[in-house]
Design a protein around this ligand. Structure first.
Ligand code: PMP
Length: 303
């Protein structure tokens, strides 16, 4: 069952409420460098120690909102296991971008998503995949199709509105029965499921169902990445391109970028100079070394 809302923020905020209502537990785990929109419980950064509860990451978020948010390390299931060891009965859910997109693109290690699935199952906690970026992008079935892992709750946004404001969260009928009017968890909104966003979303998804769309997108992105890598090699500037299908990030980094720590070790000023020179040339890249660029079906091979 799926509930439509108006933004990715609303989708993840509601998904947390659902996980808490369904499990009767209060704590959540998110990951350093992960972004799930701007609801209070998710605008939280790591505390001073690995097992400390989170601290507000924005003015206006009070400590009481942050105290039930625990921070894990992306690509490190042991960091989550440590939280479950400390709070075996208190963690309602683990929320993750299955392919990190908001610290730049960082693909999941082979064992990471499966590790989260195993841990949440073992502790009767829910696994939330925030597929606001990856949904209908890395495959028609999102990261869950690509990596063969099923989450308990899925959050969607962006693409499913075809450019109009939208979000959605969905789960099994059993879990969604917690949401009013069937259950006791309240969530509703005046513009949720509005006809304009729904029509734009349906039209977009119909186009994405055309045969070959995802292969073509991946091939276009691969050729862009190869060209960029070649130019940077010629200029002898170390560059690491992380790419999953049509989403990618250029890290000014000589080594592998597979964690928040290695993302931070990239030359961010170098990226800034590159960004502004590209803008002068008429190419508008994402204006931050922590963002992903996306190849679209509308892009062509033309230079
Ligand atoms: N989750 C992820 C993974 C996102 O990238 C974003 C937005 N960039 C959000 C949630 C929040 O979505 P919105 O901006 O529509 O509120």
């Amino acid at each position: 069952m799926v509930r439509f809302v108006n933004s990715g923020t609303e989708a993840t905020m509601s998904a947390l409420r659902l996980a808490r209502a369904y499990t009767g537990r209060s704590k959540i785990v998110k990951f350093e460098g992960g972004y799930h929109g701007h609801s209070d419980a998710l605008l939280v950064a790591a505390g001073s120690g690995a097992l400390a509860h989170g601290v507000p990451d924005s003015a206006g978020v009070t400590a009481s909102f942050a105290q039930d948010t625990l921070l894990g390390v992306f690509n490190d299931p042991a960091s989550v296991e440590a939280h479950f060891d400390a709070f075996p009965e208190d963690i309602a859910c683990v929320i993750v971008e299955p392919v990190a997109g908001n610290m730049g693109v960082v693909p999941p290690h082979d064992r990471f998503l499966q590790g989260l699935r195993d841990l949440t199952e073992k502790h009767n906690s829910l696994l939330i995949f925030d597929e606001v970026i990856t949904g209908f992008r890395v495959e028609y079935g999102g990261a869950q199709q690509r990596y063969g892992i099923n989450a308990d709750i899925t959050c969607l946004g962006k693409i499913i509105g075809g450019g109009m404001p939208v979000g959605a969260y969905g789960s099994s009928a059993e879990i969604m029965a917690t949401v009013a009017p069937l259950g006791a968890m309240y969530q509703a909104g005046t513009l949720s499921g509005n006809p304009v966003a729904m029509a734009a979303g349906i039209a977009t998804l119909e186009q994405l169902q055309e045969p070959g769309v995802y292969n073509a997108l991946g091939a276009k992105a691969a050729s862009l990445a190869a060209g960029l890598q070649e130019v940077f090699a010629e200029a002898e500037i170390p560059l690491r391109i992380n790419r999953v299908s049509s989403m990618m990030t250029l890290f000014f980094n000589a080594g592998e970028v597979n964690s928040w720590e290695t993302v931070l070790a990239s030359d961010r000023e170098g990226f800034g100079r590159f960004f502004h020179r590209m803008l002068e040339e008429g190419v508008y890249l994402p204006p931050s070394p922590f963002e992903a660029m996306f190849v679209s079906t509308a892009h062509s091979d033309a230079i």
